[in-house]
Design a protein around this ligand. Structure first.
Ligand code: URA
Length: 433
C-alpha cells in the first residue's frame, strides 16, 4: 500500500477501505508516514468528506491506537455525557448527580480548558481539597458507592487523534464534520462507558454555527456510536448566549449547586434534565423519556440530586461546606458593574466574547501553561429577550483588579440592544437518535 495512492483516491472523491484507513493511522502514529502526506489527506477529506462507514472505521482505528478504559468492575450500565463545548456550560455538575441519584453510574474523565473558561477539572479545583486524581481503585470504589466520580484524563486515550488534531490545527482542517465526529467519538469510546449522550451546541458561541451543520455533526456521531456498539443519543442545544448566568470557575460551580438546590434557572435546568432523561432511559432506569423527565424533576426538587453531589465532593476529598455557604468558594477582590448604554431589548449576545472577557479576567487559559484564577468570572444580569434601560447593569465582573476597562468594553460589545421586543431563545432544538 502507498500513501500517495490513498491521497489520490480521496482527492478524487473515492471511498477508503478499512485497510487503507488502518494503514494511514498506524503509519502516521509510528512516524512512517510524514506530516505532509497526512496533511494532504486531511485536506482531501475536508473537501470530499467521508462515508459513514469510513468515519466509523477511522474512529475504530483511532480508539485502537491507544488504551481503552476498563470500567467492568463498576456495577450497572455506565453512561457518559459529552458536550461539544460552550460558554457557561456547567451541566456536568448537575447531570452527574442527577442521574447518579436515579441509579446510573457515571465514571467521568474530563479535561482542562483552553481559551474561554476552564474545563470541568479546573472548575472542580475551585472546591477546597477536591482531588481530581484518584487511583483506579479509588475511582471505581467512588462510582460504585456514590454513583459518580470525575477525574482528570489518565491513560493514553486515542493517541492517533491527539497527533492528527495537532496537525489539523495547523493545516486549516479542524472544522470538517467527519474529522470532528471521529475525533470526539474516539475519545468517548476509549473512555469505556456503555452508552453516550452528546450535547451538540449550536449557534454563535458554538463550534457549529448553523443548525444544519450541528445536525450533520450530531448524526455522524450517533451513527459512529451505534456502529461501534455504544448506544448514542445527541441533543442539539442552543449556544447563541452563555448557558445560565455565571461564567468562571467558582461561579459556575455555585450556579450548578443552585440548580441542585431546586432554583429554577430555566435554561440550565431544562438542558440538565433533558440530558439526564436520555441518560437514564439509555441505562434502562426509566421506560421512556416522559417518565424520566418527571422523575428527574422530582429528584432535583426533593434534594436527592444535591445529596449525591455532596457525597461525591466529600468522597473526592472536597470540603462540601461551600454548598451551604458560597462565601467559602474563592472570591475575587472587586466586583465591577457593566452598564447598558442604550434602552431597549437584548436581541443577541455574542457568547464567544463573554467567554473571551472571562479569559481576560483570568478564568481561562490563553496558552496551555497559563494559571487559572478560580475566583474571577462574570455574572450576567441580562440575557436575550430581557428589557433594559440605559444605565442598567448588564453584567458584573468578578475581577482581581479595580480597573477592567478593556473587559467592560468586550462584555458591553457582546450585547446587541434594539428598540423592538424579542423573545427569549429556545434551549433544545432537536434530539438525534
Ligand atoms: N473536539 C475534539 O475533541 N475534536 C475535534 O475535532 C473538535 C472538537
Amino acid at each position: 500500500m502507498r500513501m500517495v495512492d490513498i491521497i489520490e483516491q480521496k482527492r478524487n472523491g473515492g471511498i477508503l477501505t478499512d485497510q487503507e484507513i488502518a494503514y494511514f493511522i498506524g503509519g502516521y502514529l509510528d512516524d512512517q508516514i510524514p506530516d505532509y502526506q497526512v496533511s494532504a489527506l486531511l485536506m482531501a477529506i475536508y473537501y470530499k468528506g467521508m462515508s459513514q462507514e469510513e468515519i466509523a472505521n477511522l474512529t475504530k482505528h483511532m480508539v485502537a491506537s491507544g488504551d481503552t478504559i476498563d470500567l467492568s468492575s463498576i456495577k450497572g450500565h455506565k453512561v457518559d455525557k459529552h458536550s461539544t463545548g460552550g460558554v457557561g456550560d456547567k451541566t456536568t455538575f448537575i447531570v452527574g448527580p442527577l442521574v447518579g441519584a436515579a441509579g446510573v453510574p457515571v465514571a467521568k474523565m474530563s479535561g482542562r480548558g483552553l481559551g474561554h473558561t476552564g474545563g470541568t477539572i479546573d472548575k472542580l479545583e475551585s472546591i477546597s481539597g477536591f482531588r481530581v486524581e484518584l487511583t483506579n481503585q479509588e475511582f471505581v470504589d467512588t462510582v460504585n458507592k456514590h454513583k459518580l466520580a470525575v477525574v482528570g484524563q489518565t491513560g493514553n486515550l486515542a493517541p492517533a487523534d491527539k497527533k492528527l488534531y495537532a496537525l489539523r490545527d495547523v493545516t486549516a482542517t479542524v472544522d470538517s464534520i467527519p474529522l470532528i465526529a471521529s475525533s470526539i467519538m474516539s475519545k468517548k469510546i476509549a473512555s469505556g462507558a456503555d452508552s453516550i449522550v452528546l450535547d451538540v451546541k449550536t449557534g454563535s458561541g458554538a463550534f457549529m454555527k448553523s443548525l444544519e451543520d450541528s445536525k450533520r455533526l450530531a448524526e455522524a456521531m450517533v451513527t459512529i456510536g451505534n456502529q461501534l456498539n455504544k448506544q448514542t443519543v445527541a441533543v442539539i442545544s442552543d449556544m447563541n448566549q452563555p448557558l445560565g448566568f455565571e461564567i468562571g470557575n467558582a461561579n459556575e460551580v455555585k450556579e450548578a449547586v443552585q440548580v441542585l438546590q431546586g432554583e429554577k434557572i430555566d435554561d440550565l435546568r431544562e438542558l440538565a434534565i433533558e440530558l439526564a432523561a436520555h441518560m437514564t432511559v439509555l441505562a434502562g432506569i426509566y421506560e421512556d423519556y416522559e417518565t424520566a423527565v418527571q422523575a428527574l424533576e422530582e429528584k432535583l426538587d426533593n434534594g436527592e440530586a444535591l445529596a449525591c453531589f455532596r457525597d461525591f465532593i466529600e468522597a473526592q476529598g472536597g470540603e462540601a461546606s461551600f454548598i451551604d455557604n458560597f462565601d467559602l468558594l474563592p472570591q475575587s477582590a472587586y466586583k465591577i458593574a457593566v452598564k447598558a448604554t442604550a434602552t431597549g431589548y437584548i436581541h443577541e449576545m455574542a457568547a464567544e466574547k463573554i467567554g473571551l472577557a472571562a479569559m481576560h479576567l483570568g478564568a481561562g487559559r490563553a496558552t496551555k501553561d497559563d494559571q487559572i484564577n478560580h475566583a474571577v468570572g462574570i455574572t450576567l444580569k441580562k440575557k436575550i429577550g430581557d428589557q433594559v434601560e440605559k444605565g442598567d447593569t448588564l453584567a458584573i465582573l468578578h475581577s482581581e483588579k479595580d480597573q477592567a476597562d478593556q473587559v467592560i468594553d468586550i462584555v458591553r460589545s457582546a450585547y446587541t440592544i434594539q428598540p423592538d421586543k424579542t423573545k427569549p431563545r429556545q434551549m433544545i432544538y432537536e434530539v438525534v437518535k
